[in-house]
Design a protein around this ligand. Structure first.
Ligand code: PLP
Length: 413
């Protein structure tokens, strides 16, 4: 065995242990798409999906993607520089208009949009200021920028969602320019950023605010355009990044901003220039979902909020701790690795999927189940989930917070 085999074997010790106990929760293989699918032939309702408006399996969306396969095939076998279609340009123009920006650039994923934008905009005159609970794409974009010596920005972190902490970073920064990075809704906690306060402090200190609104798109604001719409800050957030991988039901990254800035990123972002173009069937699906948002966005968003309100009220009545959540993303706090794994396994056995979030996604002792309410969930889906959460939550001491006894011998034959 080489050192590499030894390293991999050692690094997988915990995963082996969990698999031995039949508690390994990841990479479960769905046998069809959508919120209602099967695993090993058994029906499940997926509560860990980000298909927030439940549109990914809409027949119109599937028909549009199939028609695009006929005309453009599945992929274009190159990067945007030499593989742009009229479909890319049309959708970029429509998205810019819908979100209320001058310009839009589509990347192949949201992750690439963030990494490429940060790499393109950073230089030695810049301080990047990050929320300390930032998504991996913000961290990785920052690390990439910081790793290029000629371009290396100063990097500062502010306390999660704290305007005072952000102000301190901006006031004491060492570089002339600043870009502040935050998320509309934090996907592991379900809390939203105090955007209007952030806008004010950024304007005061001449910093550019970049909001990653991956989870606010389609879910916040009357029309569903995101946190800026909800907080009346439209036109005051210079840069927004979002994705097709949640509400738009597919894959793809969206950068929104002023024309020259977007054009500058387009000619400098390595994740845009050196990675394959978005396939047109994916664009066709997103474009059809955009049609629906333009036609009936407020009603779709309203329906999501009504379902989320029902679920939130019911979970609280059952005694669950939802942490800092104030959105349709409602983590069921277990605060114990075993409880989170047991809950996931027991729920799945009865047809409800809630993926456990564990270290390094969250700190030790903050383990939770990912519970996202979507417009695609029925009242029956939610009632089934609530009944099972209550039953197993009481069995595993989730609501009460009582400690589980030692594991030894529990699974002995
Ligand atoms: C806040 C946030 N930003 C960016 C991304 C990346 O988006 P994508 O899935 O399109 O790469 C995600 C997805 O996990 C996310 O949650």
């Amino acid at each position: 065995m080489s050192w590499l085999d030894d390293k991999a074997h050692e690094g997988l010790a915990l995963i082996r242990e969990v698999k031995k106990l039949d508690l390994y929760p990841h990479f479960r293989a769905f046998e069809s798409g959508g919120l209602h699918t099967t695993i090993d032939g058994k029906g499940i309702v997926n509560f860990s999906s980000n298909d927030y408006l439940g549109l990914s399996t809409h027949p119109e969306v599937k028909r549009a993607a199939a028609a695009a396969v006929e005309r453009f095939a599945v992929g274009l076998s190159s990067s945007r520089v030499q593989a742009t279609t009229t479909a890319h340009i049309e959708l970029e123009e429509r998205l810019a208009k819908w979100f209320g920006f001058e310009s839009c650039l589509l990347f192949t994923t949201g992750y690439q949009a963030m990494v490429g934008t940060l790499q393109a905009l950073s230089d030695r005159q810049t301080t990047l200021v990050l929320d300390n609970l930032s998504h991996a794409c913000i961290l990785d974009g920052t690390f990439l920028a910081a790793g290029v010596p000629a371009q290396s920005p100063e990097v500062r972190y502010f306390n999660h969602n704290s305007v005072r902490s952000l102000e301190r970073c901006l006031k004491t920064r060492e570089r002339e320019h600043a870009i502040v990075l935050m998320e509309g809704i934090y996907s592991l906690d379900g809390d939203r950023a105090p955007l209007s306060d952030f806008v004010e402090v950024c304007e005061k200190y001449d910093a550019v605010l970049l909001c990653d609104d991956a989870h606010g798109t389609g879910t916040l604001g009357r029309r569903g355009t995101g946190l800026a719409e909800e907080t009346g800050m439209e036109g005051r957030v210079p840069l927004v990044i979002s994705t097709f991988s949640k509400t738009f039901g597919g894959i793809g990254g969206i950068l929104l901003g002023a024309s020259d800035v977007v054009d500058f990123v387009k000619h400098n972002a390595r994740s845009f220039l050196f990675s394959a173009t978005l396939p047109v069937p994916v664009l066709a699906a997103a474009s059809t979902i955009l049609d629906m948002l333009e036609r009936e966005g407020p009603a779709l968003v309203q329906e999501l909020h009504e379902k989320a309100a029902y679920m939130r009220k019911s979970l609280i009545e059952l005694g669950f701790d939802l942490g800092k959540s104030d959105t349709h993303i409602m983590p069921v706090m277990c605060r114990d690795l075993r409880k989170a794994l047991f809950m996931h396994t027991a729920l799945l056995e009865k047809g409800v999927m809630m993926v456990p979030i564990t270290y390094p996604g969250v700190k030790f002792g903050e383990e939770r189940l990912r519970l996202n309410v979507t417009r695609g969930h029925s009242r029956e889906d939610m009632d089934l989930a609530l009944e099972l959460l209550d039953r197993y939550g009481r069995a595993f001491g989730v609501q009460s917070g009582e400690e589980l006894g030692p594991l030894e011998g529990l699974f002995a034959p």
